[in-house]
Design a binder for this molecule. Structure first.
Ligand SMILES: [Zn+2]
Length: 182
């Protein structure tokens, strides 16, 4: 299911069965246009949601897999950034007696009169939590004309080894593995 229509992220509560309910949403560019001055404007992220229904609450287990497009802080060129995240939270009715303090997971309270559970804000927030503070891709280190390391290298101030030294984000490796598994 492509979730360009944000209404697809409304879960019909009366249709849930007790125990595990499985959902999968494919988030694309259009999803992000629903959020004003969004931190992310482009991306392809699969959201796999297992929703466990019990008497008083819904235990949500989100898995995010994909990539978002960010702009490099240094050269302003777009680059793909991997999104791999697991997140749990609890949906509960305010009168259910479930307190946020009782749980290690975040609790979100639902309105008893609503038959739809809109998870779009949570999905958006969790994807945005993946945006790093410093947005510079590995590739920028070698290719970016604005990379100060490259300027120093051109001037012969530092050698090749120092300039190409990189700290690999382990998540890139994880994403590469995910892609090869599929
Ligand atoms: Zn760059």
């Amino acid at each position: 299911m492509r979730s360009d229509d944000i209404r697809e992220l409304n879960i019909e509560l009366p249709k849930l069965k007790n125990g595990k309910n499985e959902f999968r949403f494919e988030i694309g560019k259009k999803f992000f246009t629903h959020f004003e001055s969004s931190l992310v404007e482009e991306g392809r992220v699969s959201v796999i949601l297992d929703l466990y229904k019990s008497l008083n609450q819904l235990d949500a287990h989100f898995r995010f897999e994909g990539e978002i497009e960010l702009l490099c802080d240094r050269c302003m060129l777009p680059f793909a950034y991997p999104v791999i995240r697991e997140q749990r939270l609890i949906y509960a009715y305010r009168d259910s007696g479930i307190q946020e303090d009782d749980s290690e997971d975040e609790v979100i309270y639902m309105e008893p009169k609503n038959h739809l559970l809109d998870i779009s804000q949570e999905v958006y927030d969790f994807i945005c939590l993946e945006v790093p503070i410093r947005k510079v891709p590995e590739s920028c280190k070698e290719d970016c004309p604005n990379n100060p390391l490259n300027l120093l290298k051109d001037k012969g101030i530092i050698g090749e080894v120092e300039a190409s030294e990189e700290n690999t984000d382990p998540r890139w490796e994880a994403l590469k593995k995910l892609k090869s598994d599929n």
